[in-house]
Design a protein around this ligand. Sequence first.
Ligand SMILES: [Zn+2]
Length: 314
Amino acid sequence: MLHNLVDSILNVKKQHTLGEVIEFSGIALHGGGNVNLRILPADIDHGVVFQRIDVSRNTSLIPATWDMVNDTVLSTTIKNSNGISVSTIEHLMAALSGSGIDNVLIQIDGPEVPIMDGSSEPFVYGFQSSGVVEQKAARNILKILQPVEVFGESGEHIALYPANDFSIDFEIDFNSSAVREKTLDVTLVNGAFNHEISAARTFGFLEDVDKMRAAGLGLGGSLDNVVIVDGENILNSGGLRYEDEFVRHKILDCVGDVYLAGGPILGRIEAYKTGHYFNNKLLRQLFANPDAWEWITEVNKTAHQTSELMAVSA
Ligand SMILES: [Zn+2]
């Protein structure tokens, strides 16, 4: 039963890669420079790996996994043991998660993924036009077996629970009259990420912009790639894409950050006021407890079912 449930709910039972090489160019939100991305198809069990092509080849690879995360201030940064890093990976990771892509090599000529329009949608469109190709190996799915909970000092909390699908229930609490819709509970199946979440843009508050720039962050930010809130007004000429675009974007970030688990999650996330730091802390706490999770595949589940049947008939 579990076998069929997982297949129908996560909708993908085989590993997938891209049909062809795809390229993106754009500005780095925090660094401000122009960056080029080249995303290449990769073999089974390769995973998502970044490669900095502007540094020496033997120091350039950075696997996109939770244990490589070394900075979570305003974006998620991964760094390898040679000190080579790439930041603002979360919207691209979310697009890979939402598109069911397991194996790609992401070549990049700078230290930060381009922000594009502030959402995951340009990446999702790119993947769809490139084509997503099934590979001859079962997908590894991270099944949550025990609850994992992380609490912050200012009331923040995030938790991961066993479930038969992948869902996120998020609540934000910004002290702004422009942020009206504060909660969303979404089950991320059957393309729901691509259709409901991927277009939600990153956002910021006007009063924070000067502080960020002084700290050398947000240098590439503009109304073309960030929703800017000024009091009760949205400064972007088109307004919001959704009434609840803010909480949708927080879910987008969470989807991208938890894809650093190394595969899709069979579990439910409940989050309150959290961001990149807590998303990573959740994974660290999860993987610190071997009883809280297991990797499952079609093969293992079949074997498990067979042994159950044998036990019943014996
Ligand atoms: Zn974001």
